[in-house]
Design a protein around this ligand. Structure first.
Ligand code: DO4
Ligand code: MG
Length: 284
C-alpha cells in the first residue's frame, strides 16, 4: 500500500491510499503539508482508516509530486563509499569528501522547493552550462514537523557533476536548477517497510531504447543511520510542513559518462517503488 497525492479527471486533488485494487481518499487532509503537521500516530491512524475503506477505480488519476505547501526537499551527500570515491575522482579533492564521509556531522544541502519538484513520467533537466550531469538514485525519507519518519520514496538527485567537480563551493548550482529534483509519487508508509536498512536500489539509463548504464546497490551500504540523518536535518532548522530528505547515492556512473538529452532514467527501490523520467537539456 502507498500514500499518493493525486489529481482526478474532474480537477479535484487530494491524498489517498492506493494499491492494486484502486484508491481511497484520506478523510481529513488533502495535501501533504497538512498531513505532515500531525504526529506520526495520527498520520498512521488516518492512513490505516483509509486503507480499510472501499477502493475507487484509479482510471485517469494523475499522480502529483509528493511535496507541497512549505515543505522542503533536502539531500544528504557522501553517505556511501561509492559516492566518496567518485567525488574525490571528479574534484581531485580527497580532503573535503574524505573528511565529510568520516565526520560526525553529515553533508546536508537544500535541494528543491516543493513547487519545483518533478515526479514519475516528467521530463527532468540538464543544465545547458554543464558538460556532465548524472542521475543519483536515492531512498528519500518523508518526515513530519516533529522529525518523525512517515514514509519513504525514491528520489533522483540529478547533479551537474562537472560544476561541482570544478569547485565544491559550486554545489548549490550543481544540485539546484530547473528539473534537477524528481521524487517518486508513491510514498511507502515507513511502518510497512521490513528492514529499511537492507533495500536493493537499481538504476538503469536508456538511450534510444538501449541500456547505456546499469547499477545496483543496497541501503545496507549507507554509512549512516536514517535516524542520524534526520536528527541532523532537524537540529537547528524547523520544518513546519515537513520535509523530504534524500539519503545519498550509492550508484555513480563512471567519470566519462554523462546523461544526454532524450535519455530515460529508471530507478527502482525494493518495497518502496519505481520512478522513471526522461531528461532534456535546458535553455542556455
Ligand atoms: O557532495 C556532493 C553531494 C553528493 C551527493 O549528493 C550524494 O552522495 O548523493
Ligand atoms: Mg545525491
Amino acid at each position: 500500500m502507498h500514500l499518493i497525492k493525486y489529481r482526478a479527471p474532474d480537477g479535484t486533488s487530494g491524498l489517498a491510499v492506493s494499491d492494486a485494487d484502486g484508491f481511497t481518499p484520506l478523510r481529513d487532509a488533502s495535501d501533504l503539508s497538512t498531513l505532515l503537521r500531525e504526529p506520526l500516530s495520527r498520520i498512521r491512524a488516518a492512513v490505516e482508516e483509509a486503507a480499510a475503506g472501499p477502493r475507487l477505480t484509479a482510471d485517469g488519476l494523475r499522480l502529483l509530486p509528493p511535496a507541497d505547501g512549505r515543505m522542503e526537499v533536502w539531500g544528504a551527500g557522501v553517505t556511501y563509499e561509492r559516492s566518496r570515491s567518485a567525488r574525490i575522482e571528479e574534484s581531485g579533492k580527497s580532503d573535503v569528501y574524505g573528511a565529510v564521509y568520516q565526520a560526525e556531522r553529515p553533508e546536508l544541502f537544500f535541494k528543491s522547493a516543493p513547487w519545483r519538484a518533478l515526479t514519475d513520467g516528467d521530463t527532468a533537466g540538464l543544465r545547458a552550462d554543464a558538460e556532465s550531469t548524472v542521475p543519483e538514485p536515492e531512498l528519500a525519507l518523508v518526515v513530519n514537523r516533529f522529525g518523525e519518519i512517515v514514509a519513504a520514496t525514491g528520489c533522483d538527485d540529478l547533479t551537474a557533476r562537472s560544476i561541482e567537480g570544478e569547485n565544491p563551493l559550486y554545489l548549490p548550482q550543481a544540485k539546484t536548477y530547473i528539473g534537477s529534483c524528481v521524487l517518486g509519487p508513491r510514498l511507502r508508509p515507513w511502518w510497512e517497510i521490513a528492514d529499511p536498512a537492507a533495500l536493493a536500489v537499481t538504476l538503469s539509463i536508456l538511450r534510444s531504447g538501449t541500456e547505456v548504464f546499469a547499477g545496483r546497490t543496497s541501503t545496507s551500504r549507507l554509512h549512516r543511520s536514517y535516524a542520524e540523518l534526520v536528527s541532523w536535518l532537524c537540529r537547528a532548522t524547523d520544518f513546519p510542513d515537513g520535509a523530504v530528505l534524500a539519503t545519498g547515492t550509492g550508484i555513480v556512473p563512471e567519470a566519462d559518462f554523462s546523461l544526454e538529452s532524450g535519455d530515460t532514467v529508471r530507478i527502482d527501490i525494493e518495497q518502496v517503488g519505481a520512478l522513471e523520467h526522461t531528461v532534456v537539456r535546458g535553455p542556455a
